[in-house]
Write a protein that binds this ligand. Structure first.
Ligand SMILES: Cc1ncc(COP(=O)(O)O)c(C=O)c1O
Ligand SMILES: N[C@@H](CCOP(=O)(O)O)C(=O)O
Length: 459
């Protein structure tokens, strides 16, 4: 399998180089040259497999330059750190299915990909005899999952930018209580979009990227998205009837839902993907009316989705534009100049044939948590609640809905307590954070400050 860039200006590369490149060197995002298609019998057989076997089958279609035995070992090791025998169990509550993606070390869906990516980096760096400086942006969950994924690994420094005081307190502690010498947390006085913009700008500074061997842990890295494809198949295989379903995905950077889109293109029977957002609803507006115009980020009770500029939309647009990189370049030039992208009526129709959407406000999110808790005794985190609200409100045709549960509720204790009127018990790994020393560098949202900091700390 070879990989290309959505912007069309890199020579085809293999999987291992794609993982190491992160953001494509032409500023685009990396995609496979073609998407493998599985027939219905294969989908049915594979999706019933235990998680690690399924992950191996799917990932090996794309990671064709890693010897199969090595890949198997990497996958087995990555999911051994999950505390549930099913890795990503599916439960049914109140008529909807909940796909629990929070059984990894940091209690969010990011662990599914970042446990694997950490092991992949270690494997590739050893093979190449290289060192790496990881540079990533987080609105709260990617950061701790990435740190947990690379902690204790040789030849890796990690620099994670988060928006100062805009994550939940527990999310911040999950990152800043890690005092290992190679772990660097930077609290940026700005938004997640500012953090992501700094990271992308530094990745696009090719001499700097090369000199410091920058590695990407955000979903700009193809391996992130690929690992997330697996659980769509896994969930489908656990449904009582193997029918066309709707996946409801709480969405911020469009990585998770893009993985669902890939699963569908690979042959998984997905009727539609329901793109659920909080008040930061640029992606909902895009699906509902083709209005993709940038607004101001607002702070919500689902802070990990407080995002305007979703990285992975570019990957979807590449397909929407019939795999035409010139149209992708034009769209992003338009976005830079005018703050919006204009879509044709035909393109809008195409988007609506693939996605449903719902934008969920704070009151509805908290009410969904409260109602669900009262009716089922099950506690949703605020991000999951956004998707569950979307499924309960928008899936009106009798289809089965699978809601992706992207984080453990205890990561967002304040919001959950406001909704249900009682504190959520802390799992041991979160309770253990109380009182620990923290280390974090607070900085203005200035790429030169981040650059200088990385230069000083990288070794
Ligand atoms: C808990 C949680 N839910 C949902 C999302 C949205 O996922 P994505 O960015 O892949 O759209 C994020 C982060 O982005 C998250 O941390
Ligand atoms: N919600 C994310 C934002 C970054 O998204 P990513 O999937 O591109 O890493 C976070 O928790 O940091």
């Amino acid at each position: 399998m070879k990989y290309l860039s959505t912007r069309g200006s890199i020579a085809p590369i293999g999987f291992k180089d794609a993982v190491m490149m992160g953001l494509a060197t032409d500023g685009g995002l990396i995609l496979p040259e073609s998407i493998p298609h599985l027939d219905r019998a294969t989908v049915a057989a594979w999706s019933k497999l235990p998680y690690r076997e399924l992950a191996f089958n799917i990932i090996s279609l794309f990671a064709t330059d890693i010897p199969k035995q090595d890949l198997k070992e990497l996958i087995d090791r990555s999911y051994a750190s999950f505390n549930h025998a099913d890795t990503t169990p599916l439960v049914k509550k109140n008529g909807v299915y909940i796909l629990e993606l929070f059984h990894g070390p940091t209690l969010a869906f990011k662990d599914v990909a970042l446990q694997l990516l950490g092991n992949l980096f270690e494997y590739l760096l050893k093979e190449r005899g290289q060192k790496m400086n990881i540079l990533g942006a987080t609105s709260g969950d990617t950061g701790s999952a990435a740190i947990a994924g690379v902690r204790g690994k040789e030849n890796i420094n990690i620099f994670i930018l988060h928006p100062h005081l805009k994550t939940s307190p527990i999310q911040a502690r999950q990152m800043t209580t890690v005092l290992d010498a190679n772990v660097h947390n930077i609290a940026v006085k700005g938004t997640f979009d500012d953090c992501q913009d700094i990271v992308k700008t530094l990745f696009n500074d090719l001499p700097f990227k090369e000199k410091y061997a920058l590695g990407a842990v955000n979903s700009i890295n193809w391996a992130r998205v690929l690992a997330q494809v697996v659980y769509y198949f896994y969930a489908w295989g656990r449904l009582p009837e193997q029918e066309e379903v709707i996946f409801s995905v709480p969405t911020g950077n469009f990585g998770d839902i893009f993985a669902g889109y890939l699963a569908k293109r690979m042959g998984l029977p997905v009727k539609k993907l329901l793109l659920a957002t909080n008040e930061n609803n640029i992606l909902s507006r895009f699906v509902a009316s083709g209005d993709y115009s940038l607004g101001q980020v607002v702070q919500t009770v689902s802070p990990s989705m407080d995002i305007q500029l979703a990285s992975n939309l570019e990957r979807y647009l590449y397909y929407l534009f019939n795999e035409n990189p010139a149209r992708v370049r034009e769209a992003f030039a338009e976005l830079r100049q005018t703050g919006r992208i204009v879509f044709s009526a035909e393109e809008q129709k195409q988007v609506q044939s693939e996605f449903l959407t719902c934008s969920v406000g704070e009151a509805e999110t908290l009410k969904t948590i409260a109602d669900f808790y009262r009716e089922t005794g099950y506690t949703l985190d605020p991000h999951t609640a956004v998707g569950v609200h979307g499924a309960l409100k928008c899936v009106t045709d009798g289809s089965s809905a699978v809601c992706l549960a992207t984080a453990h509720p205890a990561k967002f204790g304040e919001a959950v307590e406001k909704a249900v009127g009682a504190p959520t018990p802390l799992p041991p790994q979160l309770a253990a954070l109380a009182g620990l020393e923290t280390r974090c560098e607070v900085m203005d949202a200035d790429k030169d400050l981040v650059k200088a900091f990385l230069e000083a700390k990288a070794n």
